[in-house]
Ligand binder design. Structure first.
Ligand code: HEC
Ligand code: HEC
Ligand code: HEC
Ligand code: HEC
Length: 439
């Protein structure tokens, strides 16, 4: 090759490189000009807390009715929003729990999350209860549950992938059976890497629920652009909103559905800065969801009467006497009590038509499910929070007050069986007891 030929070749190559740079620059420029910002919001860990109970203003947060309004406003302001849910939404399995599961799932259908991670609470019920219309997600499973193993969403010209991990530690598995959910390890990560590569994603998200060691494995694998985690904490008064590994910090959704994690996705690789939107009463109850709650309340009422039939058949002699019987011998204590809010706890429920809800009644009447309150008609003497809620059942005491104590336990210990969590966040014995002190 002559010198001139070589020079021409070099010039030719340089031109191509220069052109490529210009084109790339143009392309990038035009992409930046047209690309819409993509937002993400994540909820989860409802744990059956479908609506704030209304027991206290300080604890008045969360619920599906407000979430619907929050999502609607967010989607109007930021049309390219990915809505994900970290699951663990179902309550503990009871008859009323089943009614809630139905309400939760029909509501989620309307809220339209792109993916819902399967959580331990979803697995407390039979798997046929998982609504197939909902985008349940779990990647590390062998089970034939109605769930997707991953999901890919095209949004604003981007391919966004969602994978889901639930730690085997968090569910019950029969040791003799093939595990339904398997732990993360190098083989799993290698297999996931292949899957992820096949789909040529612009962004990969992991919905995660597990411990720090498992989280660190995913972090070190660098397979995901974002990891958002479910909450391992059950205490809504002490929200834990992050999980730490030895090298990083990851955002966790608020527990008991009290808020949502919101942030903007950066396709450059810059991490998402999440902020919590607490679902306070500035978000109204969404009118499209309210009818679902009416249906639920009606079903809860029917359950109340079914239970009542059962209770009537099985309830033998109640050990409770009711406040009226205490009055004649404990006049002073009675007067103090009758002026306290405890003496109106049932009418509080009645005013909001929640006096058929067993979940509410347990702290607003005497001895529910303990041979006490059944219904206003059958047990009119056991409405409200009474002497016997704190002192213990006292029918025996009336027969021989000098000999028979009402209870072995000091009454002062009873407070926190009701004044707990979001039902009474500002409870402080030294402030509350003086308001009802008596002898
Ligand atoms: C774990 C016990 C517990 C349960 C369950 C419970 N409550 Fe309460 N509720 C309380 C306590 C304690 C207070 C008083 C809180 C305070 O003043 O600190 C209260 C107060 C209230 C009040 C009065 C609020 C006010 O300021 O006037 C309403 C209304 C209420 N509850 C409704 C409900 C409803 C509805 C449910 C069921 C969804 C429910 N409660 C379930 C314990 C409970
Ligand atoms: C017939 C009268 C009488 C009636 C009715 C009665 N008490 Fe008493 N109670 C007494 C007497 C007398 C004592 C004191 C016993 C002693 O000092 O040995 C007492 C003591 C108590 C005490 C303190 C000691 C203990 O047993 O823990 C409590 C609390 C109490 N009563 C609650 C109640 C409640 C609640 C009722 C209603 C369900 C009630 N009493 C009904 C007469 C009565
Ligand atoms: C909210 C809980 C609560 C309610 C309701 C309540 N008490 Fe008490 N009561 C207490 C506590 C706490 C004490 C302090 C003594 C203790 O630590 O047991 C006390 C003290 C007493 C005493 C003094 C005897 C003693 O053990 O020192 C009597 C008698 C008594 N209560 C009767 C009643 C009667 C009768 C009613 C209903 C009219 C009633 N109480 C309602 C919590 C309650
Ligand atoms: C069986 C459940 C239960 C127990 C036990 C209980 N409470 Fe309550 N308490 C309630 C409910 C429900 C209310 C709200 C009643 C309403 O307003 O309708 C309430 C309200 C109160 C209030 C009024 C709050 C305010 O700001 O005015 C005080 C004070 C209080 N409780 C103190 C106590 C103390 C002290 C104890 C323990 C000695 C105790 N309670 C035990 C259920 C309970």
């Amino acid at each position: 090759m002559s010198h001139t030929q070589k020079a021409y070749q070099i010039i030719f190559l340089l031109t191509i490189v220069a052109l490529a740079i210009v084109i790339a620059g143009k392309f990038r420029h035009s992409e930046a000009a047209t690309s819409t910002p993509v937002w993400i919001t994540a909820t989860g860990d409802l744990r059956g807390e479908i609506k704030p109970c209304g027991c206290s203003a300080d604890g008045d947060m969360g619920g599906l009715l407000r979430r619907a309004t929050y999502l609607e406003q967010l989607r109007q302001a930021k049309p390219s929003t990915l809505y994900l849910d970290l699951g663990n939404n179902f309550p503990p399995p009871t008859e009323q729990g089943r009614l809630k599961v139905e309400l939760i799932q029909t509501t989620l259908q309307k809220l339209k999350p792109l993916s819902i991670l399967i959580g331990p609470n979803e697995l407390l019920y039979e798997h046929s209860l998982l609504d197939q219309k909902l985008p349940y997600l779990l990647t590390n499973t062998n089970a034939s549950w109605p769930v997707k193993s991953f999901h890919i969403e095209k949004l604003a010209g981007k391919q966004i992938g969602m994978w889901g991990y639930l730690s085997p530690e968090q569910i019950y598995q029969n040791k003799n059976d093939k595990p339904l959910v398997y732990p993360v390890n190098d083989d799993v990560l290698a297999a996931w890497k292949q899957q992820l590569q096949k789909h040529q994603l612009d962004y990969a998200i992991l919905l995660f629920r597990g411990n720090e060691q498992e989280l660190e494995k995913f972090e070190n694998s660098q397979l995901f652009d974002m990891i958002v985690t479910g909450n391992n904490n059950d205490d809504e008064l002490n929200q834990v909103l992050e999980m730490k590994t030895t090298t990083g910090t990851f955002s966790a959704v608020p527990t008991k559905g009290q808020g949502a994690l919101e942030g903007q996705i950066h396709f450059s690789g810059k991490p998402v800065h999440f902020e919590v939107q607490w679902l306070l009463d500035k978000y109204q109850d969404h009118p499209n969801i309210l009818p679902l709650f009416s249906t639920y309340n009606q079903a809860v009422k029917e359950l109340f009467f079914t239970n009542l039939d059962r209770m009537e058949q099985h309830q033998q002699d109640s050990p409770y006497a009711g406040e009226a019987t205490c009055k004649e011998c404990h006049q002073a204590a009675y007067t103090t009590w009758s002026q306290s809010r405890h003496a109106r706890a049932f009418s509080t429920l009645q005013k909001i038509n929640k006096h058929f809800d067993l979940e509410c009644l347990q702290c607003h009447v005497v001895g529910l499910n303990q041979k006490g309150f059944m219904s206003p008609e059958l047990t009119p003497n056991l409405l409200n929070v009474q002497c016997e809620n704190c002192h213990g059942s006292a029918k025996a005491h009336i027969g021989d007050p000098k000999k028979i104590q009402t209870s072995q336990k000091p009454a002062i210990q009873a407070c926190t069986s009701c004044h707990k969590g979001s039902h009474s966040p500002s409870f402080d014995l030294s402030k509350y007891w003086p308001k009802i002190v008596h002898q």
